[in-house]
Design a binder for this molecule. Structure first.
Ligand SMILES: Cc1cc2nc3c(=O)[nH]c(=O)nc-3n(C[C@H](O)[C@H](O)[C@H](O)COP(=O)(O)OP(=O)(O)OC[C@H]3O[C@@H](n4cnc5c(N)ncnc54)[C@H](O)[C@@H]3O)c2cc1C
Length: 485
């Protein structure tokens, strides 16, 4: 650790007792027994040392932490589920404002509304809403935070039928960069409400989300069907034809993967969001195609479906991915994916997460989430444990992404971005970027919230190079690493 950083940290230390007196929640600092756990995020590649982690007990703590950081020009990271692939939820030297202990949820089964605090993960949210036979779109890994997922868009098994998580947001309470508590909804601060439905953590820290819910399940027809690698090409062609004409109620994610016994396969994960008998009929052509080596499609509880992939993504392993949207999957793209997967290191995945349906019918300018015409989010996923393999693993994923670039729409899902630079952030927001920039200038002109898919305030024009407007906070040094580029 260099001398400058030590000084910065001890400066911050001087104020920690004040911070501890100001908030109700725990404050963890270097030297505390809990510190090494507190600085971890989901991706084991991320190894950063914040000056303090504030486990907020409520919105008042968030206000206090924001004001504390602001008064001392500290860099701020905001953490809910900690799943951002590039580790944006933790920083060096600055302060982590952690929401993970704010887990209250109230479900109104009559109005079909859930009021959920930002620290809930998807599994907790789904369990509370399913107790009433209700749900709204959430992602496919129970451990992901509802907050980051919703603020960047949010797709999952219900997305094609009910839209993105952010499309089902009714209101949000948030703390702005100047410490104000605002409610954003269609009628209260509607500009802000527009911005947080895809614009990520750029405008404030959301403490509570209010979602529209829908009757779902509790049992749906879902599961995976696997094809051997030597028949993957035909299966992928069939998959694309089936997926592009699928009804909204059918979600079809797919992946090139390797089984625990080391066999390479192409797998399709189907979920029909409707009556079981209807699902049996709709899925018949898929189940009749080819000679799968495994067909596990069966009636399952929605909660089991939502956590089916959890074992593949435990906290603490090393992960890298790089995503882009596709509108089509021509034969040349299939061949490119197969060639890339043939050289994939062990445990890698090549994912096609299906979007479209109701997501595509929301006007592009209705929310910041711009890539509504995409059919798949395509991303290579590298998973490993040995730091000595970092270069090799990330190189495979980056080369695969490069090879698939020719088939991409050019767009990217903000929630699958690491620290890939401003051009990629613009690619996530497309024509909505200019409006986001105006909103950023209004609500966060000093770029207080900068560890995110960052909209850099730039009054002179969107292609402002160099550091953001305002004073660079302490701790504003490299926060990226191989996991994020
Ligand atoms: C295993 C895995 C599976 C995934 N599956 C899906 C999926 O099926 N569908 C999908 O859409 N996405 C999926 N994602 C991507 C996921 O949406 C993003 O990683 C998202 O950022 C996770 O939210 P989080 O709260 O866990 O993240 P965090 O890392 O805690 O936060 C990420 C960023 O979000 C912002 N943020 C978080 N909380 C707040 C808040 N309360 N107020 C303001 N800003 C905040 C901050 O900028 C923060 O840096 C998956 C990710 C992983 C790792």
């Amino acid at each position: 650790m260099d001398a400058k950083r030590l000084t910065e940290r001890s400066d911050a230390d001087l104020d920690i007792s004040l911070l501890r007196r100001t908030v109700r929640g725990d404050v963890v600092v270097p030297g505390d027994v809990a510190y090494d756990q507190a600085r971890k995020v989901w991706n084991g590649m991320i190894d950063r040392h914040p000056a303090a982690v504030v486990y907020c007990a409520g919105a008042d703590d968030v206000v206090a932490a924001v004001k504390f950081a602001r008064s001392r020009t500290l860099l701020v990271a905001v953490r809910a589920g900690g799943h951002n692939i590039g580790g944006a939820a933790v920083c060096d030297d600055g302060i982590v404002i952690d929401l993970s202990r704010m887990k209250q949820i109230e479900v109104d089964p009559i109005k079909r509304i859930a009021r959920a605090q930002a620290g809930l993960n998807l599994g907790e949210f789904d369990a509370a809403t399913q107790a009433h036979g209700l749900a709204t779109t959430m992602g496919v890994n129970a451990d992901t935070g509802i907050a980051g997922l919703t603020l960047g868009g949010g797709f999952g098994k219900l997305g094609r039928k009910h839209g993105l998580s952010c499309d089902n947001l009714v209101s949000a309470d948030l703390v702005t960069a100047d410490g104000r508590v605002l409610r954003a909804s269609a009628t209260e601060h509607p500009d802000l409400f527009w911005g947080i439905r895809g614009g990520g953590g750029n405008f404030g820290i959301v403490t509570t989300f209010e979602y529209q819910l829908f009757p779902v399940g509790p049992v749906l027809l879902a599961g995976s069907i696997l094809y051997p690698y030597d028949r993957a090409r035909d299966a992928m062609r069939f998959y694309h034809g089936f997926a592009r004409t699928a009804p909204d109620a059918l979600s079809l994610d797919a992946a090139l993967a390797t089984t625990p016994t080391g066999e390479r396969v192409f797998g399709i994960s189907a979920c029909y969001v409707g009556a079981i008998e209807e699902g049996e009929r709709i899925l018949r052509p898929l189940r009749a195609f080819g000679a799968p080596i495994q067909d596990q499609i069966a009636p399952r509880s929605y909660l089991d479906i939502q956590s089916a992939g959890d074992a593949m993504f435990p906290r603490g392993r090393r992960y890298y991915w790089k995503a882009q949207f596709l509108r089509e999957l021509p034969d040349a793209a299939i061949d490119t994916l197969l060639a890339a997967y043939a050289t994939a290191p062990a445990e890698s995945l090549l994912v096609l997460q299906q979007v479209g349906g109701a997501i595509a019918r929301v006007p592009v300018d209705a929310t910041p989430y711009a890539n509504r015409d995409a059919l798949y989010d395509c991303f290579p996923v590298a998973i490993w444990d040995d730091p000595a393999e970092d270069m090799m693993r990330t190189r495979w994923a980056r080369e695969t992404w490069d090879a698939m670039r020719a088939f991409s729409t050019g767009g990217v899902y903000a929630n699958n971005l690491g620290d890939e630079g401003m051009e990629r952030t613009e690619a996530a927001y497309g024509e909505n970027y200019a409006r986001l920039l105006a909103l950023k200038n209004k609500y966060d002109p000093t770029n207080f919230f900068r560890l995110n898919q960052n909209i850099k305030p730039a009054p002179q024009g969107r292609r402002h190079a160099g550091s953001a407007a305002g004073t660079a906070p302490r701790g504003q040094r490299a926060t990226s690493n191989a996991a994020s580029g």
